[in-house]
Design a protein around this ligand. Structure first.
Ligand SMILES: [Zn+2]
Length: 65
């Protein structure tokens, strides 16, 4: 199955999954990546930290098309 870690938009009564838009990496915290999600319904954004426990790997090859 897929990696459905997308948060649910809280602007709706139902469960509207937000879609991953971009990944932000902070130079002060290279092991932490902020994933920016956007709701396809209302367009509200939400950023969630993604902890990357693979320090020797390059940036984001985890299927973020
Ligand atoms: Zn929404």
């Amino acid at each position: 199955m897929g990696t459905e870690d997308a948060p649910v938009c809280q602007q709706h009564a139902g469960e509207v999954r937000m879609s991953l838009r971009t990944l932000h990496s902070d130079v002060s915290a290279p092991q932490q990546v902020l994933a920016a999600y956007a709701c396809p319904e209302c367009g509200s954004e939400r950023r969630l930290p993604m902890s990357t426990e693979v320090p020797r790997k390059g940036p984001g090859t985890s299927g973020a098309a």
